[in-house]
Design a protein around this ligand. Structure first.
Ligand code: AMP
Length: 282
């Protein structure tokens, strides 16, 4: 496995590799890798000759400085995990390598970056769009893999790639969960034992919402019931439960074949998100 900390040698390596017919798959991450990230690497390995995984905790997408300061970092363990799954290339730049100048570029995606996560994390998606643009320009992959766990992020990246004519296909990989249903997240290691146990309320809340909606309950009532249910667990605070059309993420109160439920909230001091397509089984 090749490890690069700098852009120039990574580009030179990839240019050399492209002299033979190769397909490059790309998995952008912020490290503290878990099975959810490795599922993206495995999906890429199935479809590409070279998989590049980036590990970069992108400062421009953190609206909360405490969240950035406390973001877990486990680089040597990450490298070992990536070796085990046969990832060919790791790109782990320092912030100064990625952002040489102060950044003034801002992205505006209309309503897509203002709702849901955008409402609670102002500026977050502009930072995501900036780093994804930079990484796609550096790696120039045929395919890039994103998790359904960050559904709004994936929708925004698809729009970014279409609108800016990036030559990369965006592929969505299903959510990988812990045995009790909690969506895997790098932030889960920050949960106390009690909050870890109770954090599964978000997953159960999604299933409760799905069952109520499919039984014909009004979405307003579903929201109130899921809030009551989640917050009956110590340390759990619901930020939102939303129903949207998964094709364009427009918010709605009506169920269709394309509906997706999205949830976000706090378990203690740790902010978690999850989602469920109404057609999903798990
Ligand atoms: P992050 O390191 O949290 O920025 O995540 C990097 C990529 O891994 C994103 O595309 C995430 O959506 C994806 N990812 C994170 N957690 C999971 C999970 N539990 N299942 C599937 N994909 C995930």
């Amino acid at each position: 496995m090749q490890i690069f900390k700098e852009i120039r040698p990574l580009k030179a390596f990839l240019q050399q590799a492209k002299k033979s017919p190769v397909a490059i798959g790309f998995v952008p991450t912020m490290g503290a890798l878990h099975q959810g990230h490795l599922a993206l690497v495995e999906a890429s390995k199935k479809e590409n000759t070279i998989t590049v995984c980036s590990i970069f905790v992108n400062p421009t997408q953190f609206n909360n400085p405490d969240d950035l300061a406390r973001y877990p970092s486990t680089l040597s363990n990450d490298v070992e995990l990536l070796k085990k799954v046969g990832c060919e290339v790791v790109f782990c730049p320092a912030a100064a390598e990625m952002y040489v100048h102060a950044n003034h570029i801002k992205f505006d995606f209309g309503s897509l970056d203002k709702i849901l996560e955008g409402e609670f994390r102002p500026g977050h998606f502009s930072g995501v769009a900036l780093v994804v643009s930079k990484l796609l320009n550096i790696v120039t992959p045929q395919r890039a893999y994103f998790g359904q766990k960050d559904f709004q992020q994936a929708a925004l990246v698809k729009k970014l790639v279409a609108d800016l004519n990036f030559d990369t296909e965006i592929i969505l990989v299903p959510i990988v969960r812990e045995a009790d249903g909690l969506a895997m997240s790098s932030r889960n290691v920050r949960l106390t034992t009690e909050h870890r146990k109770n954090a599964v309320a978000f997953y159960h809340g999604l299933h409760k919402a799905k069952a109520l909606l499919l039984a014909g309950t009004d979405f307003d009532k579903v929201q109130a019931e899921v809030k009551r249910f989640c917050e009956s667990h110590a340390g759990i605070q619901l930020e939102y439960l939303a129903l949207a059309d998964s094709t364009n993420l427009s918010l709605t109160k009506n169920v269709t074949e394309q509906s997706i439920l999205l949830i976000a909230g706090y378990a203690g001091e740790v902010r978690l998100i999850d989602n469920l397509m109404l057609t999903d089984e798990n």
